[in-house]
Design a protein around this ligand. Structure first.
Ligand SMILES: NC(=O)CC[C@H](N)C(=O)O
Length: 304
């Protein structure tokens, strides 16, 4: 497949001047990004990579990192993860508090903030050096050491993370956070602040396309079954209350973040990441979704 010419066609069609959507500013440090950035990178099972635009520029991965923290937790806890959260779409925004009280502190899934906070609690309790080990895990599955936390973003989120703090305290009140609330939040804010490029995200997500193993070294990061389950969760819960829309228009398991990135996989075919910082009202990248919709439409290949 000639992805380079498909990318060129997509670029012509989406009209990069489109100004729909708005850069996330509820975390003040994220508001500094140039809204016109646009990049895409796709990696195939034969190791070939195709990129366009700002594909090598790092940006705030934000909620895309929830896939990595879930993978690490599944590694350490296996099935036990599911005794503390569910695997159902939430139909509410990523930071909604409403369901959490109704459902007695059991988050709907690991890809909304409440679920990711419970995962963070598990990792903080289990790991000797949670932030260090998490960063190593992400670097390892990407095959690159050039990945770091952005401390300014983490601090900005800590200083303005009123809703996440409320959520963590509610989880604690229901007994679904075991550790210290501030330690859990500190891990979570750092996790979200990791910066990666589209190229690096496509490299990392290849693990979910390749049944849990790295392409080149064949190192097993998670089991095949865990990888299948993570893909199922990305398809049903990866875009909060827009998961249906993404499955309908794009038809791939994927995960978005408020930094404007989306990473997605076509199991056993490719992994892809796109970045455009302007978000729709539900917190997903407007052009990112459009680009992936055009990609699956133009290639005519779909998992369904
Ligand atoms: N959807 C997202 O990317 C949200 C992540 C962000 N760090 C938050 O907790 O609000």
């Amino acid at each position: 497949m000639d992805y380079n010419s498909i990318f060129e066609e997509i670029k012509r069609e989406i009209n990069l001047d489109v100004k729909h959507g708005k850069v996330a500013d509820y975390i003040p440090e994220l508001a500094h990004v140039d809204p016109n950035k646009f990049g895409i990178s796709l990696k195939c099972m034969d190791g070939q990579s195709f990129s366009m635009g700002d594909a090598d520029e790092k940006f705030s991965a934000q909620s895309i990192t929830k896939v990595f923290s879930l993978a690490l937790a599944m590694n350490h806890f296996g099935q036990k993860v599911w005794s503390r959260m569910d695997v159902e779409p939430s139909g509410t925004s990523f930071n909604s508090l409403v369901l959490l009280e109704y459902e007695q502190g059991i988050p709907r899934n690991p890809f909304i903030n409440s679920g990711a906070l419970v995962i963070a609690d598990m990792l903080v309790e289990k790991l000797e050096d949670p932030k260090g080990e998490f960063l190593e895990f992400v670097r390892n599955m990407t095959g690159s050491r050039d990945i770091d936390y952005n401390y300014k973003v983490a601090n900005s989120e800590r200083d303005h993370g009123f809703r996440n703090r409320a959520m963590a305290n509610m989880l604690k009140s229901f007994g679904n956070i075991k550790g210290d609330v501030e330690d859990v939040l500190d891990f979570y804010f750092h996790q979200c602040s990791i910066e990666m490029s589209c190229k690096q995200l496509a490299d990392a997500f290849m693990v979910f396309s390749n049944k849990g193993s790295m392409l080149g070294t064949k190192e097993k990061i998670i089991t095949k079954q865990q990888s299948q389950r993570i893909n199922a969760l990305m398809l049903t819960c990866g875009f909060y209350d827009e998961a249906g829309e993404f499955a309908f228009r794009v038809g791939l398991p994927g995960k978005s973040g408020v930094g404007g990135g989306i990473a997605a996989v076509y199991p056993s075919e490719y992994s892809v990441a796109v970045w455009s910082p302007r978000l729709n009202k539900l917190g997903n990248s407007v052009l990112g979704m459009k680009t992936l919709e055009l990609l699956t439409t133009k290639t005519g290949m779909g998992i369904f």
